[in-house]
Design a protein around this ligand. Structure first.
Ligand code: MRU
Length: 312
């Protein structure tokens, strides 16, 4: 199954807001619908956003204001703007040229995720690995296979995976809803943990490596990823556990010198004061909701891309 694709003149994507209960494909015909799908996280994860951006330029049919709105639909994952720009560079060639460029972004993602899976599995030492991860970095965050979870998939295929400890990932529960769903489909052993249990389980020696994805990697290696990643990096450093970022080259943003320049999306109070539509906190409670944090490069053991291993 592909998470996102171009099918019969429209963008087709899995509506991730309905998983794990229902697996429904959405057919998207306009940029407006696509921007809405991106904002409500029906499609999410940096590589999938790159493909959505590129395919969205085909839907825009030369409308520059629509292309600008698409590019700005979410600010942190650089892949969205990168995918839009890759397709938009072919606007002068007409719709067929834009479509061909967008399909290359899709195909490059499929190849890049396969390469990252192999390279990441080669990098890690040990036969029966216990991996900790946050958010969802699997096929649902890309096209076919994922980034950090792509490495997990390759380890599992090679018979080297003992277990995955998946953080639930409040507030939108990408770990609890999506990563568990993907791991179950892979037949990979896993247990779900509360986000706050991560550093404790690292300290207890229950993890051999932390693998995370990335939304934007600054020129100095500082990495923005789902909120909670930084706490895991601190816990991993203290416990002497490798902390590995897995992301395609397209997530590296040389125009951003360091993490403090990365715009972190704040998704508003509603996602914090409610859960699954049920109110948690008293009426009137104010909240902060940074969707991502930044891990400084000195806490990162290695960055695995589709082309190389970078050691900050
Ligand atoms: O808010 P999300 O679900 O789009 O956040 C996704 C993440 O933080 C992922 O870890 C990142 O995009 C890498 S996905 C391979």
């Amino acid at each position: 199954m592909r998470t996102i694709d171009w099918v019969d003149g429209a963008v087709e994507l899995v509506d991730q807001t309905l998983l794990p209960g229902k697996c429904v494909m959405l057919r998207i015909h306009t940029v407006e619908e696509l921007v809405d799908a991106i904002r409500r996280l029906a499609v999410r994860g940096a590589p999938a956003l790159g493909v959505a951006g590129a395919l969205g330029v085909v839907l825009a049919d030369g409308d520059l204001a629509a292309i600008a709105a698409l590019r700005a639909a979410r600010p942190t994952a650089v892949n969205l703007a990168w995918g839009v720009d890759r397709a938009a560079a072919h606007l002068s060639g007409g719709r067929e040229a834009v479509l061909a460029a967008a399909l290359r972004v899709r195909d490059d993602d499929i190849a890049a995720c396969r390469a990252m899976g192999e390279r990441g599995a080669d990098l890690l030492e040990g036969d029966r690995l216990r991996i900790m991860t946050v958010c969802n970095t699997g096929g649902l965050a890309a096209v076919e296979r994922g980034t950090a979870l792509g490495v997990v998939q390759t380890l599992h295929e090679r018979g080297r995976l003992a277990e995955v400890l998946a953080l639930e990932t409040r507030p939108l529960l990408q770990g609890a809803r999506l990563t568990t769903w993907e791991l179950a489909r892979m037949g990979a052993p896993h247990r779900l943990i509360a986000d706050s249990a991560g550093p404790y389980l690292l300290a207890k020696g229950q993890v051999d490596a932390v693998l995370i994805g990335a939304d934007r990697i600054a020129a100095n290696g500082d990495t923005a990823n789902k909120i909670g990643s930084y706490a895991l990096a601190l816990g991993a450093e203290r416990a002497g556990v490798p902390f590995v970022v897995v992301a395609p080259e397209s997530t590296i943003d040389p125009a951003t010198p360091s993490g403090e320049h990365i715009e972190i999306e704040d998704r508003g109070a509603e996602e914090i004061v409610t859960i699954g539509g049920t109110r948690l906190a008293p009426e009137g409670t104010r909240a902060l909701n940074p969707a991502f944090d930044v891990t400084p490069h000195d806490l990162i053991t290695a960055i695995v891309t589709d082309q190389r291993v970078i050691r900050p």
